[in-house]
Design a protein around this ligand. Structure first.
Ligand SMILES: Nc1ncnc2c1ncn2[C@@H]1O[C@H](COP(=O)(O)OP(=O)(O)O)[C@@H](O)[C@H]1O
Ligand SMILES: [Mg+2]
Length: 395
């Protein structure tokens, strides 16, 4: 599954933005306040809508009046996401549409649609279509290959007008597109890693994926070590080549049952507990645990992965992200680091510009001058430093 395009209207600084032909690995640059966090939060917002409801998702962000773009209070907040997936053996480009309004200061889903084309030609067909809590979904979507297949509509009324229809229907495998999209949003992951939270011993327990803050790092390291030894060995190989002296990393149980990370240095017999290991070492290990996860998240967003890492390591880190994307997880990264950008292909670079209070998104490979300079051997990070990405820098 891959997100191919995204349109966002009236969501904070995104008054009307479309990003097309989104690659599996994307890197976003832009000045402070240009909208990088807001872009990633589109998926956080959708997840809160799905897991809770629209009112809750808005409240967590200050309410409708804070979330809707300034000056657009009478309009609706709109998302349109196109993604590719296989349904009934056919590769489909599915579109999800969500429009949110307020009526008498109550948030309401004005429209929610899932649509895709039945054949190569013709207009897209609505497999799910809801307005203000009422609508239908097609139940025999799976065997929907022939042009004139009989369609079975199931009319539904939701419990409230601010609940997503994909929340209920997405539980059922027979609603292919709805359940796939629900999973994408539910399993979306943003990494907001804090070294201070990753350090220290942790209550033992089961954790397969690194948490948002990284506070379960010893548990996940232990899980991968116990269950996916090849992945773990790969992680250790990378640690060895990137952090001088590192020989091994182990999650060790303490007397009170908690787990702690110990780092073996090849110059000494006794390993160091994580408290006495450098910030960069912990961070690199955490990224490797995140990126060599045997079951990647469908969509992973990471902000400024460069902090605390030695500049030359960023090249390898960018490669790790690419590998992750190739293995099935789509990756969105934001960065302020020219060294990191140097490691990224021009096709994967976007920059955000704020003009008159609102964000626009540009793509590096759509800029003929940038393409020519990179072709001639310039590196994207240095071009950025030279202010060749017009509008990416604070004035
Ligand atoms: N409702 C809104 N309408 C217009 N702009 C908004 C709204 N809410 C927030 N913003 C703008 O978005 C900015 C935050 O953008 P953010 O995504 O945090 O930027 P970045 O992560 O690139 O630093 C705020 O500084 C503000 O200017
Ligand atoms: Mg930010």
């Amino acid at each position: 599954m891959q997100i191919e395009s995204l349109t966002v209207k009236n969501f904070r600084a995104f008054k009307d933005v479309t990003i097309k032909d989104i690659p599996r690995f994307c890197v976003f640059i832009g000045a402070n306040g240009s909208g990088k966090t807001t872009l990633f939060d589109v998926f956080g917002f959708l997840r809160d809508c799905l897991v809770h409801n629209v009112r809750n998702a808005l409240q967590r962000r200050g309410g409708f009046s804070e979330v809707i773009s300034r000056g657009r209070e009478q309009e609706s907040i709109e998302f349109e996401i196109k993604f590719r997936m296989e349904i009934g053996g056919v590769d489909r480009l599915v579109t999800y549409v969500l429009n949110i309004i307020t009526v008498k200061s109550k948030p309401i889903v004005k429209r929610e649609i899932l649509r895709y084309k039945r054949g190569r030609h013709g207009s897209p067909f609505h497999f799910l279509d809801f307005r203000k809590g009422k609508g239908y979904a097609i139940v025999n979507e799976d065997d929907f290959n022939k042009e004139d297949e009989e369609l079975e509509r199931e009319e539904q009324e939701l419990d409230a007008q601010d609940i997503l229809a994909i929340k209920g229907l997405g539980q059922f495998q027979r609603f292919k597109a709805a359940s796939a999209f629900r999973q994408l949003i539910e399993k979306w992951h943003v990494s907001d890693f804090h070294i201070s939270e990753a350090r220290g011993s942790k209550d033992s327990g089961h954790a397969e994926h690194l948490s948002v803050s990284g506070d379960n790092l010893p548990l996940v390291a232990n899980y991968i070590f116990e269950n996916h030894r090849k992945s773990f060995d790969r992680i250790i190989e990378r640690m060895k080549s990137r952090v001088p002296g590192i020989e091994n990393v182990k999650a060790i149980p303490m007397e009170n049952g908690e787990l702690i990370l110990k780092f073996q240095d090849d110059s000494f017999d006794r390993p160091f507990i994580d408290k006495y290991v450098s910030d960069g070492t912990i961070k690199m290990f955490a990224y490797l645990i995140l990126l060599y996860d045997p079951q990647p998240h469908p969509l992973l967003c990471v902000e400024e992965p460069e902090n605390q890492l030695y500049p030359s390591l960023l090249l390898e880190l960018a490669e790790d992200f690419e590998v992750y994307a190739r293995n099935g997880g789509q990756v969105f990264v934001s960065t302020h680091s020219p060294d990191f950008l140097n490691a990224v292909d021009i096709d994967n670079i976007f920059w955000l510009e704020k003009t008159s209070g609102f964000t626009s998104v540009h793509r590096a490979n759509q800029n003929p001058l940038l393409v020519r300079l990179v072709d001639e051997g310039d590196q994207p990070g240095w071009l950025w430093k030279e202010k060749r990405f017009k509008g990416a820098d604070p004035n």
